[in-house]
Structures are given as C-alpha cells and as structure tokens.
Design a protein around this ligand. Structure first.
Ligand code: FEO
Ligand code: CA
Ligand code: CA
Ligand code: CA
Length: 665
C-alpha cells in the first residue's frame, strides 16, 4: 500500500447491456478490431484465405489454427512492447462444419476410414500459433506474414518430454523407445506465462483423440480415454506411411491394434501436460526437431493451464493448475529452485529459455488442494512417500513401486483422490493479483453436484469418472462448491503466506447467476449477470491495484437467454469487504462488477491481456456461430442479420479506446 499518495482505481465505463447479435459489442468510446482469424496465412508459402478456401494439410500448417483460446504476448524490446510483439495463441479444437464447408462436411466421420489428408488437416488445425502482431501510427493492428517468429506447433509436431516422466517405461512408444519424445500437443486450452519469457500451453480435452478398446489401465479409465471410436476418428485413417511411423494408428492405443512396426499403448500417457514453448524460437536445449517440451512435474490430467503465483526473489515459484472436469481438483506446483531475477526474460534476445525452464519446472513438488468448511485449506503433497487419508504410503496405495514418482504423475488424479483433495465445480483459469498474491480460480459449473452425493459406479469414459479413491459419482456439496446442480459457477480466491506454503485461507469472490435466480448469491443485475466464468486475468495497474477481467463460456439458459458470452471487469482492491465466508461481490459491491464487452452469437470469450501501456485489450472469440463476415469490418454493427451465409472463424479481437487512452479507466 502506498498510503496517501494512492489514487483509487475506478472503472470509468458504463456497464453495457446484454447482446445477442453476430457482433462484438463494446462500451461507447471504444473500438473493436478483428485480427488473425483462423486460416490467416503466417508466411508466403500459401495463398490468401477466402470464404471458399479448400483447406489442405499444407495450407493449415502455414496458417493460423482453429478455435483460438488462451494467449499471451512476447515483447521484442521493452521500448516497443505496446506496439509490436509475438502473439502465442492456443488453438483448442476444431469446427468440422466450418473446416469442411466447401466439401460439405467431413468424410467418414462416424464409420469407415477417414481420408488421410482430411485427418492431416484436422491435426494441423490444432496446437499453438506464433504470429507477430504490430500496430501502425493510426493504432490499426495487423499480423506480419514475413516475421521469422511465425510458427505452428500442431498435434503432429515432435515434442520432448521433460520432468519425472521423462525416460520412464510409462511413455515408451515405438516412436520413442527411450521415452523422451512424443508427437503433438492437443486441445490446447488455458495457458501460463513464465517470468523467463516462455509460453505454457495446457493440454485439456486430449483424451478424446484416442481410443483404447482393451488392456486399459487405471489411468486410462480415470482420465477418460474413449473405449470406442475417437472424437475425430483419426485412428481410422490409412496410408502407405502408416506402417512406417504409425502416423494415424498411434491414436489407437489398443495394443493389438497398433502398427506392425511398433506399439503405441502408451501414447495417451504422453499427453495431459503443460507444454513449454519458447516464442522466440530458440530450442537449443531440446533434441533436434523438437519444438517444445512437456513439463510433466506440473501433473497429468485435463490440464486447463498453469498460472504463476506471486513472484518473489529468493523464493520458490508456484504455478496453479485446474483440472477442468466435473468434481476434479486444483493443483499447485512449487519449484525447488528459488527465483533468481537474473533469469527474467530479456525481450527479443536469442538465448536458450527452455534451459531456464528446466531449472524451475523439472524439480519441485506437486500438490492438490483441500478447501475446509472453516475457510482454511491445505496443499496435499503428491509425492511417492506422502501418507494418504487411509494412512498408506501414496505409491503403495496406487499400486506402484516405492519411489515411482513418474507413476504418481501419470496417475495424478488418482493420487489426489487418495490424498483427500476437494472435488471442485470444474476448475478453469486461475489468475494471481501480483500485488497481494491473491489467487483467483474460475469454477465454471457442475451438473454432477448434489446435496448428498451419490455412490461411485466406476464407469469408463466421459470426463467425470471415478478413480480408486473416489467414493461418489455425483459429489456432495461442500463449502467451496455449495450449490447442487451448479449451472452458473463461481470464482474462488485464496491467500497463502508464501509460494511454498502448505496452508491457505479462501473465500468465494463472486457467484454467477441470472438476476432472476433465487440463488443469486452475489446480487447480480441485468447489467452484470453472468454464468460459467472461464477466462480470468489480473491486469496490474500499479499502486497495489488492478482490474480483474472475467470471461464467460456459458451454457446456462437463465443468462444465455439474456446475453451472449461476455467480458466483465472489477477492481478487487476497491471492494469493501471483510475476509470471510460471504461472497466478496455481494451487497454493497455488486454494482462494481461491470460488463465491458459481449461476443457474437454462439461463441465463448477467452484469452485476455493488455499491452504494457494499457491502451489495448486483446481477447479471443472462440467457436462463433456466424462471424466474422469480413475480418476487416467494424464489429459493433449490432443490427447485422444472421443469414447463415458466413463461414465462421474464431479470431482475436483487439479493443481500444477511440481517443487512444487506457482501457477500462
Ligand atoms: Fe477448454 Fe476448460 O476450457
Ligand atoms: Ca477454458
Ligand atoms: Ca469452458
Ligand atoms: Ca472452449
């Protein structure tokens, strides 16, 4: 706190009305510009996008991927950081209808063999996009197709495996007999930003791209590897190359079904991690060809992201992760190495950042969170020698050898079950108030929450199956997840004494709801009602203050009938609140949560950062239904009709003030 000198930060825009149009709506005095929609070329090797563009494997490998999700920016110099940077962008999944619009849809999606080039195109539409953005003197932004930083990482790119799982029997495949490499990253959803200047990409709903019809292991069941045809049936594609490197059959992890040239039963165990990418392109510390490295110490699950805790010189780093599935857990990784400011990113310089990543991310301790009813909480260590709720050695309870840390990581969710972690309402993003160190996590919703809970059925498949330590199928309500059939979600926050602490104090920050709901616990109105919080970003404005940006991915009719998905803003330090069990945004505070932007029909809003000078807010519009017709057009035309003629494209949107001032204030 800077005492008398501090000017209270206040939101200086009027909360906007809900909207249900094919446009991005922003407050009066602001503009919105569409950037890098799916299919935008990132080099000159392919022709331009057009609405009738037939997307080939080559075209997709050299253009922006599909379904933009989390993103961050990487400056090329301190001086130019608000004008130009490398954008690192997750491409989460695909809309096959939009991808195959000129051909009338995917071939053989539900039966028979998928054509090899269709599968290659779909594989190339996933992953991560790196593309340089810059603005001109009129504050108009564009992507630079000539930049040497532009790059695609797809679900086929060679990637190294780091951390405790590296070199273990769990990840031996015919492709990597020593268990050090895999191909591809998939369903890249949330993210993380390291202080040494790398991008962490979360592998979330990857289990769906595999199939395993026999020889299933407990982790296959726990994490939900399908036992029938996979989501896109990539495993069915055939080709001459198949016998050599199992290009497609690697997605079938059934031992008897794998290629004659080798076995891919462990292929799913090479997914579920945070993948570290150097956006500046230097991968000197990983093997030839590998473009990134999977940091397995942060855990294996449906990994939404990994967000850095408060950074303090001489102390360990903490990274917070959510497993986005019903009744799954929140995790924290604490580095063994203490933070050395000499390791901080040097923008634009060419040196081996992944070697610094190894220092902080390949040694430490992984924990799972327990939230007690009295507002306290504990971090439960997921170490081989930890003691479970039932008094057993964790490795023994998991059926592993005594010191099998790789096995604990492979079975992260089972380990957390056995330690007594608190099942949450689908943890999505985290963000950290860089001043107070308060950690915020979006708990998006949970249809499998009941007052009493119901007994486990130990079924296979799906994303909410039961593991060896789980006694329930639908989880009973608890203090941190207090609503049965929770359709609107909530944001929890907590504070810890230090990054390595094993205790915390938590409270509910805000409950989502429709203004008309009887359980509208935060007193929301027509101007700030929301449901299913997902993206979060704390935007530090100095003096110990900042804006918490909240983005939604809502499937709850109570709110969806009133507005499309949206961006809200609140200044946590401006709220009057005694720490305790009542929601922080409640009586007396609800007007300070303001709706800043609304997305087009059918979309979710995700991805968030502002430039260092705070004049531009970047967001992503994912899975829009009918937008944008013209990426260069203004996006505030709320009257444009839905006529079904648009091939929808996910895109980044940059929101600026017409007068060039700071966003939000
Ligand atoms: Fe891809 Fe949990 O959001
Ligand atoms: Ca999400
Ligand atoms: Ca979501
Ligand atoms: Ca999504």
């Amino acid at each position: 706190e800077s005492g008398a000198q501090k000017t209270p930060l206040a939101l200086a825009f009027e909360s906007i009305a809900g909207s249900k149009t094919d446009a991005v709506v922003v407050p009066k005095g602001y503009t919105a510009q569409v950037l890098v929609p799916w299919g935008t070329p990132i080099n000159d090797s392919v022709g331009p996008w057009s609405a009738d563009r037939v997307v080939t494997p080559e075209y997709q490998a050299n253009s922006v991927g599909m379904h933009h999700d989390a993103m961050d920016f990487f400056a090329l110099s301190e001086e130019s950081a608000s004008r130009e940077f490398v954008l690192a962008l997750n491409n989460e999944y695909i809309d096959q209808g939009a991808l195959w619009a000129p051909q009338g849809g995917p071939s053989n999606q539900d039966s028979g063999s998928r054509p090899a080039d269709e599968v290659r195109t779909e594989i190339n539409a996933h992953g991560v996009t790196l593309v340089k953005l810059s603005k001109n003197s009129d504050n108009v932004w564009s992507s630079d197709a000539g930049s040497r930083y532009n790059m695609r990482i797809t679900s086929a790119t060679p990637i190294e495996i780091g951390g405790p799982v590296r070199g273990s029997d769990y990840v031996v495949t015919a492709y990597s007999p020593d268990g050090t490499r895999t191909r591809g990253t998939n369903n890249n959803c949330g993210h993380g930003l390291t202080p040494w200047g790398t991008f962490l990409s979360g592998e979330e709903n990857w289990p769906a791209i595999f199939t395993k019809t026999s020889s299933r292991t407990i982790d296959d069941n726990r994490i939900g590897i399908p036992d029938g045809r996979s989501r896109y049936a990539w495993e069915t594609a055939a080709g001459a190359v198949d016998e050599v490197d199992a290009e497609f059959t690697r997605f079938n992890a059934t031992p008897s079904a794998t290629s004659a040239s080798g076995d891919y039963r462990n292929e799913p165990r090479t997914f579920g991690y945070m993948v570290e990418v150097d956006p500046y392109g230097n991968t000197a510390s990983v093997s030839t060809e590998a473009a990134a490295i999977k940091r397995t110490y942060l855990g294996r699950f449906r990994h939404e992201g990994a967000w850095l805790g408060k950074l303090t010189a001489g102390q360990p780093l903490a990274f917070y992760s959510g497993h986005d599935a019903r009744n799954e857990y929140i995790y924290k990784f604490v580095s063994k190495a203490n933070w050395d400011p000499a390791d901080a990113n040097r923008p634009g310089e060419d040196y081996d950042r992944l070697a610094i990543g190894a220092k902080y991310l390949d040694a430490g301790t992984l924990y799972a969170a327990r939230f007690n009813a009295d507002g306290t909480g504990e971090w439960l260590p997921l170490t081989a020698d930890a003691t479970t709720q039932d008094g057993q050695r964790l490795s023994t309870a998991l059926g592993l050898a005594d010191d099998d840390l790789a096995g604990v990581i492979i079975n992260t969710c089972d380990a957390a079950d056995l330690m007594g972690a608190t099942p949450m309402d689908r943890p999505e993003w985290a963000t950290v108030d860089s001043n107070s160190g308060d950690v915020y996590v979006a708990l998006t919703n949970n249809s499998d929450r009941t007052a009493e809970g119901t007994a486990a059925t130990f079924s296979n498949g799906g994303s909410d199956i039961d593991g060896p330590g789980v006694a329930y199928d639908t989880a009973p309500t608890n203090a941190a997840n207090p609503r049965a059939n929770n359709q609107a979600g909530q944001i929890i926050r907590w504070r810890e004494p230090s990054p390595a602490a094993t205790s915390l104090h938590w409270e509910i920050f805000v409950f989502g709801a429709s203004a008309n709901d009887t359980d509208n616990l935060s007193g929301l109105t027509e101007l700030n009602q929301f449901a299913s919080p997902d993206g979060l970003w704390f935007d530090d404005r100095g003096d110990g203050q900042g804006i918490l940006w909240i983005e939604t991915d809502n499937g709850y009719d109570g709110v969806a009938e009133q507005t499309n998905d949206q961006v809200l803003a609140v200044v946590p330090s401006a709220l009057s609140h005694e720490r305790g069990q009542a929601p922080v945004v409640g009586a007396g505070n609800q007007q300070q949560l303001k709706r800043f932007a609304v997305g087009p029909n059918g979309c979710e809003v995700t991805g968030a950062f502002t430039t260092p000078d705070k004049t531009a807010l970047f967001i992503n519009i994912q899975h829009p239904g009918n937008w944008p017709a013209d990426p260069g057009a203004a996006t505030q035309d709320a009257t444009r009709a839905t006529d079904g003629s648009v091939r929808p494209r996910a895109a980044t949107v940059v929101i600026q003030k017409a007068d060039g001032g700071q966003i939000g204030v």
